[in-house]
Design a protein around this ligand. Structure first.
Ligand code: C2E
Ligand code: MG
Ligand code: MG
Length: 255
């Protein structure tokens, strides 16, 4: 599917419901968001017990000349106060081109502040298969306390929660207890060269068991080799994701 120009999209978009901050005018949109098209690529999340694709994670991309990756794109959008609108257009692109599978969609924590996520016509409520919102573990849990009511509203409509990047940086296991996610995604830092490290294997095995007992399935992210794949399987991870299985691409890749 072709990409989407953000400024054109904003001109047609229905702004968030009354009471939320309005969108910016085209002249206030930073160049990285106005000078190229937004696209989405997909990376499979593989069910390691059934050996088949369970879902896809959607990852944003842009054709803009000064595009420097998704985190920088969202930081720019935050400064221009269009983070929520950017997230919404990405969700539209993501659901449009992958209608037949469950989807994992990254949500920037600031998206909860702008009201787009709780619009009743958001694509997360219209997708035919399960939708998991990935919220990153590298943001203080206190932020999610502030948007607790938005999260509750979204989840009450059947949308599921995944904690992303567990194990990256300063880990906060309290996330799993407090947010009761359906899925926990283990960061590549726990997976890299796992086959060589017996203590990390033990840690991972118990982490998977802990998540299971707290009601969450586990995705091992960043699997780059056959040996890492074997090691995360042995640790009991439910799902695997990484370059060894498939690189993010468009259309959604098979394996
Ligand atoms: P993430 O959600 O943890 O996504 C995984 C990142 O790891 C992706 O980078 C992916 O391309 C990369 N990756 C996948 N398999 C492997 C592997 O085997 N080895 C290694 N080394 N890397 C692998 P990407 O697409 O550059 O995204 C970086 C981060 O930007 C994402 O981390 C996510 O936090 C954020 N992001 C990406 N797309 C979106 C989006 O649409 N919305 C929001 N809010 N954030 C996004
Ligand atoms: Mg993610
Ligand atoms: Mg991750």
């Amino acid at each position: 599917m072709a990409g989407q120009n953000f400024v054109d999209w904003l001109a047609r978009a229905q702004p968030p419901r009354p009471g939320f901050r309005a969108t910016r005018s085209p002249s206030q949109i930073p160049r990285v968001l106005s000078s190229g098209d937004l696209r989405v690529v997909y990376q499979p999340i593989v069910d390691l017990r059934r050996d088949r694709i369970y879902a896809y994670e959607a990852l944003v991309r842009s054709d803009a000349p000064d595009y420097q990756g998704p985190p920088a794109l969202f930081e720019t959008a935050i400064r221009a106060e269009v983070c929520g609108a950017l997230g919404r257009v990405v969700r539209e692109l993501a659901t449009l081109s992958c209608p037949d599978y469950p989807l994992f969609l990254n949500i920037h924590p600031n998206e909860f502040d702008e009201g787009w996520l709780v619009q009743p016509d958001d694509p997360i409520f219209l997708h035919y298969h399960p939708v998991y919102l990935e919220i990153t573990e590298s943001v203080p849990l206190s932020h999610f306390a502030l948007c607790h009511s938005a999260l509750r509203e979204i989840r009450s409509k059947g949308v599921l929660l995944a904690v992303d990047d567990l194990g990256a940086g300063y880990s906060n296991l309290k996330y799993i207890a407090d947010l009761s996610p359906e899925v926990v995604k283990l960061d590549r830092s726990l997976v890299a060269r796992l086959q060589h490290d017996a203590r990390m294997q033990l840690l991972l095995r118990h982490l998977v068991r802990l998540c299971e007992e707290l009601g969450a399935r586990v995705v091992a992210e960043g699997i780059e080799t056959a040996e890492e794949l074997a090691a995360v399987r042995a640790a009991g991870a439910h799902y695997g994701q990484g370059y060894f299985l498939a690189r993010p691409s468009f259309p959604p890749p098979m394996i």
